[in-house]
Write a protein that binds this ligand. Structure first.
Ligand code: NOJ
Length: 741
């Protein structure tokens, strides 16, 4: 019986009746791959499914087994490397691959280019707050050009994981809590990296990660178990992955977590049924770092051989680092546990991507570009400055900002002059010496003589005499700019926190400065949403700068001087306190909603000593000017199924400054077949208005975008009434409704 099942499982992979449809380019690539496969030994095929790192490469995971990289290449036992830092090393290994290995198959080199290569853009959560899809795409294009010039063919990005849990450090790498915004951003990043021509020496392959649901680890602890219903997954977590695949991403990375009880790397439903059969993916899947072998620690594989067997039969193409594929593949085939046709299919998909990247035409074309011509182009630096400014979110302003010309500024805090920290996690090839720090940006804009700098405190420890020095600076100044928050080491992978408030020594600094009576502007540097009650309370203005990248300081100067007007809107709610985590605006109502009831009625869904609402909701962000939303109209109050709802709203800039804002459209299915979110973002438009200007914004909402996952897992729109809200954040109050017949 067991034998029969094994054989059935093997056959399933090759005899897939719903094989994805191939484009012409893919068919050509597959044909090319097949010709090679016919000449390859089993070991050589397995080599194409193995990715290693080298002893001089960046370390992005637990120490692996040390291998002689060059010998592996020569023997055809490896098809890819990750995290190598120099063009020379990549070209050297490539030369060995094409000249000394029997098949001469080129290697594919990958690197974590997450928010920029040389020029670093704001961390992804920050960039998402710009809601500027075009800018995000262009930033990815710049990163791709720089990466290709280094010699990389492939980046492990975009991270498409939705997360609403600020305890999880990796929120900095994603687009925040919302599937609709996340999907738009994921697709834009893929377009930016891959462009129209994968074989160009200016584009690189994207990698959709971490498939799947990695953003929902229990209790916000990285690598922890994920447990959710398929309905929740399809509604909230799948859309960004799907959008990135639809945008043409040619690779996917399996996630570390288990999914419905099975680790993603051995999860055939995820890797094959959903990804290939349903979503039509035709590229290849790489595991996350050691994730094939980690099935052993998950307790679903007995050993490395068993882990490789499960991953191969699940349709996972490439084993990142550990080596289970190359170590056990031959034996697995000999024992009939994995069929050779399965190996052929896994290998075909890898070779086809190499072919589409143009590596068989010219294995060295990436990395040959003139660095002086590609890196740090002045127009790209300007672009990074603009993206950084648009990412920053003004959460409070009692009128102190923008600063008046000639203002004397006390600039205090561990992030004020922190060229490395402002680059955030995954800084690629970003160089701190090229960072424009906040101190430099302000000195340039306001004049050196007007900036009195004192560090005041380290991130998590006081500095001897730091507060005294800060107070001295503050007393001589008109205003204090306090640049506090988290270091780059508290952002990204493996940085889960149980306390998401500003570390205590920095709060002490704020408390002391408050005593001077000088106006205080908090510049909050972070890669995650935080509990900032104390900072909001004690400041006169608060601007979230994120880890803003190479040009952060220039962007801060643009904003605080009023040369640019803040326009960022939160892509992730800032909770009132950590105990609310995870929290997002599109939660369900429950049977006992509190719905704004102020009194402490006991039997409602609520906390005893904290509100249900976050401190700042998704979508929130202030400007120096005032935008007014009025005259919301549904032009099509009744539509047929498969029709489009047309909605318009008037926006007016009533303030004194020109500015940009983001009009957001939220929808609620009033009575549905399953419980539905209170609100869901279904459209947005970033717009610019001069002071006093007015215009109409129109949203077109196809009824198909109201579809959701039903109990039978079908995805469809129900007829009935839908409420809508339009405004500048997820608490928008302008309300209307329409009916789908
Ligand atoms: C582990 C991370 O989870 C993943 O995002 C990254 O791409 C790999 N390491 C490679 O560095």
């Amino acid at each position: 019986m067991k034998k029969l099942l094994t054989i059935a499982a093997l056959l399933a992979l090759v005899s897939c009746s719903t094989a994805p449809k191939l484009s012409e380019a893919e068919q050509e690539a597959y044909k090319f791959a097949d010709k090679l496969i016919a000449k390859m030994t089993l070991r050589e095929k397995l080599g194409q499914l193995q990715q290693f790192t080298t002893s001089s490469a960046d370390i992005t995971g637990p120490d692996g087994v040390q291998r002689d990289a060059e010998a592996c290449v020569r023997n055809g036992e490896v098809g890819s490397f990750l995290s190598i830092r120099t063009t020379e090393e990549m070209h050297h290994l490539q030369k060995v691959a094409v000249e000394q290995s029997r098949m001469g198959i080129p290697l594919i080199f990958g690197y974590d280019i997450i928010h920029g290569c040389r020029i670093i853009f704001p961390e992804n959560l920050g960039a998402a707050c710009s809601w500027n899809i075009e800018a995000i795409e262009h930033a990815a294009r710049i990163a791709a050009e720089e990466s290709a010039a280094f010699g990389f063919h492939w980046t492990f990005s975009p991270m498409c994981d939705i997360s609403a849990d600020a305890r999880w450090g990796r929120v900095s790498e994603g687009a925040g809590e919302d599937p609709y915004l996340g999907a738009k951003i994921a697709a834009a990043i893929v377009r930016g990296y891959q462009g129209d021509d994968l074989a160009s020496d200016k584009t690189i392959a994207a990698c959709v990660k971490h498939f799947a649901a990695y953003g929902a680890p229990q209790a916000g602890r990285d690598y922890h178990t994920v447990d959710m219903s398929e309905m929740m997954f399809r509604d909230r977590y799948l859309p960004p992955y799907k959008a990135a695949l639809e945008a043409g991403a040619v690779t996917v990375m399996s996630s570390f977590n288990d999914f419905m009880g099975v680790p993603a790397s051995g999860n055939r439903w995820l890797m094959h049924t959903l990804l290939r059969e349903e979503l039509g993916f035709t590229g290849f899947v790489v595991s996350d770092y050691n994730a094939v072998h980690e099935q052993v620690a998950h307790g679903t594989a007995a050993d490395g051989k068993d882990a490789a067997q499960q991953a191969m039969n699940a349709h996972l193409n490439m084993d990142m680092v550990y080596g289970d594929y190359i170590n056990h593949g031959e034996q697995l085939v000999a024992e009939g546990k994995v069929s050779e046709s399965t190996i052929d299919q896994l290998c075909r998909e890898v070779l086809a991507v190499k072919y589409r990247l143009g590596l068989f035409d010219d294995p060295f074309k990436y990395g040959r570009q003139d660095h002086a011509e590609v890196m740090y182009r002045p127009e790209n630096l300007q672009y990074a400055r603009q993206v950084a400014a648009q990412s920053m979110v003004l959460l409070k302003n009692s009128g102190v900002l923008p600063l008046k010309e000639g203002t004397k500024i006390a600039l205090v805090g561990p992030l004020a002059d922190a060229p490395r920290d402002q680059l955030g996690a995954w800084r690629g090839f970003g160089e701190p010496e090229h960072s424009v720090t906040i101190r430099e940006g302000l000195e340039e804009r306001f004049g050196r003589q007007n900036i009195l700098y004192a560090k005041g405190s380290d991130f998590r420890a006081p500095i001897k005499g730091g507060i005294t020095e800060a107070l001295r600076a503050a007393r001589k100044a008109d205003v204090v700019l306090l640049s506090i928050g988290l270091s780059c080491k508290e952002s990204g992978e493996a940085t889960s926190l149980t306390d998401i408030s500003v570390p205590e020594p920095q709060q002490a600094l704020l408390d002391a400065l408050k005593g001077t009576g000088k106006p205080i502007v908090v510049l909050l540097g972070t890669g995650r949403a935080m509990d900032i009650r104390n900072e909001v309370d004690k400041s006169d203005a608060l601007l979230v700068t994120w880890h803003g990248g190479t040009m952060e300081g220039a962007a801060v100067a643009d904003l605080v001087s009023g040369d640019a007007n803040p326009s960022g809107h939160l892509a992730m709610s800032f909770p009132y306190c950590v105990g609310q985590s995870p929290i997002h605006y599109s939660m369900k109502t429950t049977g006992r909603p509190r719905n704004g009831i102020e009194h402490n009625e006991k039997y409602l869904s609520r906390y005893m000593h904290a509100p249900n609402e976050p401190l700042f909701p998704f979508g929130y962000g202030l400007s120096y000017t005032e935008f007014d939303y009025s005259d919301l109209q549904v032009l099509t109050p009744e539509v047929e199924m498969d029709d489009t709802v047309k909605i318009c709203v008037t926006v007016t800039n009533r303030g004194k400054y020109d500015g940009d804002d983001v009009a957001q459209l939220y929808v609620r299915d009033v009575v549905a077949q399953t419980t539905r979110p209170m609100r869901e973002l279904k459209g947005f438009e970033r717009f610019s208005l001069k002071a006093g200007e007015q215009r109409t914004i129109t949203f077109e909402l196809p009824t198909s975008s109201l579809a959701y996952c039903h109990t039978d897992h079908s995805f469809k729109t129900d007829p009935g009434t839908f409420k809508i809200w339009v405004g500048a954040d997820s608490n928008a109050t302008l309300e209307a409704e329409f009916t789908v017949k």
